[in-house]
Design a protein around this ligand. Sequence first.
Ligand code: A3P
Length: 324
Amino acid sequence: LKEKGDNITEETMSLISSLPSHADAQGKKLCKYQGTWYYFNILQGVVNFQRNFQPQDTDIILASFPKSGTTWLKALTVALFERSKHRSSSDDHHPLLSNNPHGIVPFFEIDMYLESSTPDLTKFSSSSSSPRVFSTHMPLHTMKEALKDSPCKIVYVCRNVKDTLVSLWCFACAHEKTELSRSRLESMFKSFCNGTIFYGPFWEHVLSYWRASMENPSHVLFMRYEEMRSEPRGQVKRLAEFLGCAFTKEEEESGMVDKILDLCSLRNLSGLEVNKSGRINTVDHKIFFRKGEVGDSKNYLTPDMENEIDMIIQEKLQGSGLKY
Ligand code: A3P
């Protein structure tokens, strides 16, 4: 994440002073805005987005809690819309071969609105026939007003909370170029459990999209990282249908589904030069790709940590109908 603080206006500083705040284990300050914890500079991006975003009916928004499979979802969405233009997987002009998925699909609050209240939105569709595709880590309730009842399509990817936590820990350490330390994991675990982590509480984030996907399934699609892993073909077809670009019979017969999955696989993307050596903001592209294993958290969390987090999630999601 961009670590600039100079984007904060006086008005936002005054807003921050009225909000609950705390410092994380590294001393970086967060404040709670509309129920969610943000670093101060990111809050400016949130506020800029809320005040200025003008939705279009055809917009697509890819949403997630950090480290839930955002990069993969972005790559798949780009590949789905680009497929008619790039029939061959060795086509050098495919955007995924020369750019990281985060460079193609920007985050509202982290990229576009972080330092500008009026970013140029015209460049965010790959062609005049494709919809604009954006992304966010904000919970849905924070976007509601800005979306102004737009029928735009929102895809949310949800991941097992324990794997999300471990992925976040590994990402933070890789970003800071420090070793994986237990004390760092333990402090992140505590903030995850008490909800004070960046973009937390996790359960409120997930529930905001879960409920909307139940109420209006043609507006919000709820996907799960684990299902994308276990039945990728079924899930990418589901995504394509929701986005209004379902695979034709001919495409299926010609192996297009597998071509897209291969192009967007962790193995393929992480091996591309752009993802081995490129950077976005202050983040090396390569650290968006790690193992992508379901259940990897078992290798790092103690049974007590697992039990505690399971109990919290069970309690918080009780009655929501969301099986976790
Ligand atoms: P791990 O750290 O468990 O390996 P996000 O994209 O939201 O930042 O999430 C990062 C997680 O998604 C990491 O999980 C990363 O390895 C995994 N990931 C990244 N690209 C992927 C892809 N193309 N396919 C599957 N998983 C991917």
